[in-house]
Design a protein. Structure first.
Length: 70
C-alpha cells in the first residue's frame, strides 16, 4: 500500500471510488478474454508452438492500442 488515506462519507462512496478506480482494469481484462476466446474459437492452441507465438504477438498489438480508441 502507498500509505495514502482517503476518507469517504459512507460505504456507497467507498464502493463507487473503488469501482471507478478498477473500471479500466476490468475493461482491459474483458477485452483480453475476448481476444483469447477468439483464438480458441478458431481452433488455435494458444498454449504451445505457433499458436502461442501468434497469441503473444496479438496481445502485444492489443496492449499498444488499448485505450487509444476511447
Amino acid at each position: 500500500m502507498s500509505g495514502i488515506k482517503i476518507f469517504v462519507r459512507n460505504e456507497a462512496d467507498k464502493k463507487s471510488l473503488i469501482e471507478d478506480y478498477l473500471q479500466e482494469d476490468n475493461l482491459y481484462l474483458e477485452a483480453l478474454e475476448k481476444l483469447k476466446t477468439g483464438f480458441i474459437g478458431q481452433g488455435i492452441d494458444i498454449s504451445r508452438g505457433e499458436g502461442r507465438r501468434a497469441f503473444i504477438e496479438a496481445v502485444r498489438r492489443f496492449n499498444e492500442n488499448f485505450g487509444k480508441t476511447a
